[in-house]
Design a protein around this ligand. Structure first.
Ligand SMILES: NC(=O)c1ccc[n+]([C@@H]2O[C@H](COP(=O)([O-])OP(=O)(O)OC[C@H]3O[C@@H](n4cnc5c(N)ncnc54)[C@H](O)[C@@H]3O)[C@@H](O)[C@H]2O)c1
Length: 261
């Protein structure tokens, strides 16, 4: 469903916009009137941008690595350069790289999960706040996960727990400055095959078995006993980003078929 003009006059920055949930948020946000800055380190983010423009929407894109502060600063500067302001920031970059029992994680693998699923959101919030403070308004939607209560990905769970803490702390700190900070906590989501894999090295047979255990746990923890669809994740992110959610801040909304994460 499209709510035409819901984001008219809004500038929306979406991170991790080349595929999956981020591409969907960017495309539907643009269809609903937002001017969208798509951020990703994958070069095919331009294909999503071109699709939006071909459909009559307004978009620009920038390629940068949000695991660095410089990348986050570059992304926000690109939004200002293209559209002059930042009304909405959707921090979508993240995702478990490996599924293992915690004792089987190697120390550098623990660091990599935190860098992937916590640091881009920490950095992007910090880099976007000056523009929002100057405007006296802004909305940040962070994408967390129900994995905060799940097996085989404890470092990712810790990163997403960090996202939840950041969401609440920033919401409290900046509410009086006109800035809302909210999050969704998606559950398992069906999507087309990823063009950029979470783990570029691929999963060995043991890791595939551990992933199957995590998938079984995620599915059984939902009341609905199924994965969600991309649309079922995109819709609540855009609701929270919209002015319809104007009295909601500091909340982490579980979007996981009844699993509260
Ligand atoms: N898909 C699920 O089942 C699921 C479940 C729970 C939570 N989530 C969360 O939803 C969000 C999106 O998930 P997804 O499955 O659509 O993601 P995905 O892995 O399919 O896509 C992530 C995108 O982010 C980009 N990216 C990764 N690291 C980056 C970096 N350092 N700088 C710039 N771009 C970078 C990738 O290139 C890719 O385009 C993530 O935060 C994830 O943790 C997803």
């Amino acid at each position: 469903m499209i709510f035409k003009e819901r984001f008219a006059n809004k500038v929306m920055v979406v991170t991790g916009a080349a595929q999956g949930i981020g591409a969907g948020v960017a495309s539907r946000g643009a269809a609903e009137g937002a001017r969208v800055l798509l951020v990703d380190r994958a070069d095919f983010v331009t294909e999503v941008e071109e699709g939006i423009i071909a459909a009559g929407g307004k978009a620009a894109s920038v390629q940068c690595d949000l695991e660095t502060y410089e990348g986050a600063a570059e992304a926000m500067a690109a939004a200002i350069a293209a559209f002059g302001r930042i009304d909405i920031l959707v921090n979508n970059v993240g995702g478990a790289i490996r599924m293992r029992p915690y004792a089987a994680f190697e120390p550098p693998q623990i660091d990599a999960e935190i860098r992937r699923s916590l640091m881009p959101t920490l950095y992007c919030c910090h880099a976007a706040l000056p523009a929002m403070l100057e405007q006296g308004a802004g909305t940040i939607v962070n994408v967390s996960s129900n994995a905060t209560r799940g097996i085989r990905r404890a470092p990712y769970a810790a990163a997403k727990g960090g996202i939840n803490g950041l969401t609440q702390a920033l919401a409290m700190e900046y509410a009086e400055a006109g800035i809302r900070v909210v999050a969704t906590a998606p559950g398992g989501t069906n999507a087309p095959p990823r063009r950029v894999a979470r783990n570029p090295q691929g999963d060995d047979v043991q890791e595939q078995a551990w992933m199957a255990e995590a998938i079984a746990q995620v599915t059984s923890s939902t009341f609905m006993k199924r994965y969600g669809t991309l649309e079922e994740q995109i819709a609540p992110i855009l609701f929270l980003a919209s002015d319809e959610a104007s009295y909601i801040t500091g909340s982490v909304l579980p979007v996981a078929g009844g699993d509260i994460g």
